[in-house]
Write a protein that binds this ligand. Structure first.
Ligand code: PHE
Length: 455
């Protein structure tokens, strides 16, 4: 059984455990296949600079807001708002987050399943002597297949469920404490390989050379949107994890570590990928194409490519797994505490539901591709609704809740628990940001995301 706190709920037993879990939730596919690409595309160091400002100015304050709400209430995302603001509609915000987590996990697990499939393909050396066109076909045939992606997605979900099943301390904490250091070692190994390739410096230039002419208003919005996505905000993840953090813990220190770890890993991922891409003279892309087509092409030509291909896809699956665990925990905590299911039953139930929805997502690449919503297949519509609607709305209100509803006094008390000092200047700036700046910034990104304004 998990260690129980005074409230009878599970509790993390160490600071490293909390940080590994929350940083693991943030570090995911976005770090590996999106951040490096958008950085290169929108002006390298110039973009990075704007991104860092958003991480500090918006990302960190909302992460901290989720931490404050969760630890103060010690409940799941819905229950926390219900407890802190009884008889009000705030709890709907918690509900939105849970719904977003549920949707995201459904399609995230499909992509993670592709990763599991590619670990397998790497091991059996399927990329050997394939032409770029054949590698392209290999990927598209694979994702269109009615069975194989579903098999790998199910394996991935069983793994995720198998960890969450054992609770916060014996399931989640115990596993992420091992997985996060492995993830770090894998990425460093891939970095060393990439930067020692002849011609690697062009890739580093693509990533880091500041080019302010590419820093358009569009780039600024992309930076803010990505800061939000990368920190997994708005889904009640940090909120739910923080509800298992002891009152003695220095919340501020934990909350600061998450964006730092997330950003460091994103940069390390860029260093692992682009020098390799440029060393072999291949045009960079982003998203699935980068990971499942471009990289196998590179591994084929790279000395030691067989082993680095396995390591890379393992890294990919690990990064996805630590995020999936967090997403599942958001849903399980809700089923357990609000619908009064036993935790174990809640886990099995949630895994079953998510896997079923994920199967529909997976099939929408092939057999169900003609079933579209608003011109998008099911996979893309779920992604669109969660990323452009649910997340920003929930993130905006989470921030506003801490600024307006809890206010400075309660924030101070929560951060000061356990005798930790909070500087008054920090407090004022933080409350000002979560009251005005963050909600407004998210609102603008959201309007742009749904196409109501075009920046
Ligand atoms: N933050 C994750 C990433 O960078 C994405 C994610 C979003 C994961 C929401 C879980 C929930 O890939």
């Amino acid at each position: 059984m998990s260690k129980k706190s005074k409230t009878g709920r599970g509790e993390f037993s160490s600071r490293f455990g909390v940080i590994a879990a929350t940083a693991g939730a943030a570090i995911g596919l976005g770090n590996i296949w999106k951040f490096p690409y958008i950085t290169g595309e929108y002006g390298g160091a110039a973009f990075l600079f704007v991104y860092l400002i958003f991480i500090i100015l918006i990302g960190f304050p909302i992460t901290l807001s989720e931490f404050i709400i969760g630890r103060k209430a010690k409940k799941n995302s819905y229950g926390s708002f219900k407890k802190l603001a009884p008889d009000s509609s705030w709890k709907l915000i918690g509900m939105l987050g849970i719904l977003a987590a549920f949707f995201i996990l459904a399609f995230y697990s499909v992509v993670a399943g592709w990763g599991v499939g590619y670990v397998y393909e790497s091991i059996i050396d399927s990329f050997k002597s394939q032409s770029p066109v054949q590698l392209n076909n290999l990927f598209f045939e694979f994702i269109k297949d009615p069975y194989r992606p579903i098999l790998f997605q199910t394996i991935f979900m069983l793994f995720t469920g198998g960890i969450v099943y054992f609770g916060v301390k014996n399931g989640i904490e115990k596993n992420v404490k091992i997985m996060m250091p492995i993830l770090f070692i894998l990425i460093i190994a891939l970095d060393i390989r990439a930067v020692t390739l002849p011609g690697a410096s062009k890739g580093l230039e693509f990533l880091f050379n500041p080019d302010f002419s590419k820093l358009t208003s569009q780039a600024v919005l992309v930076a803010l949107g990505h800061a939000f996505f990368s920190l997994s905000l708005g889904m009640g993840i940090s909120l739910t994890y923080a509800s298992y953090v002891s009152d003695r813990e220095d919340l501020l220190k934990v909350a600061v570590s998450v964006p730092i770890a997330d950003t460091v890993i994103a940069i390390l991922a860029g260093i692992a990928i682009f020098p390799a891409v440029f060393a072999f003279g291949i045009a960079p892309e982003s998203g699935p194409g980068l990971v499942f087509i471009t990289l196998p092409n590179i591994f084929l030509q790279m000395p030691g490519g067989y082993i680095f291909s396995i390591l890379f896809f393992l890294l990919f699956v690990l990064a996805a797994l630590t995020s999936a665990i967090a997403l599942l925990e958001v849903v399980v905590a809700f089923f357990h505490e609000e619908l009064k299911m036993k935790r174990e039953v809640a886990t099995v139930f949630a895994v079953a539901l998510v896997t079923l929805l994920g199967m529909v997502c997976s099939l929408s690449m092939g057999p169900l591709k003609d079933f579209t919503v608003g011109g998008k297949n099911f996979f893309d519509s779920l992604d669109w609704v969660a990323s452009n609607l649910l997340l920003p709305i929930s993130g905006m209100f989470i921030s506003a809740f801490v600024g307006w509803k809890l206010g400075k006094g309660k924030v101070k008390r929560e951060l000061g628990k356990g005798g930790h000092h909070v500087s008054p200047a920090f407090l004022s700036v933080f409350v000002f940001i979560v009251k005005y700046i963050a909600p407004l910034a998210i609102f603008i990104v959201a309007l742009n995301g749904v196409g109501l304004i075009k920046i």
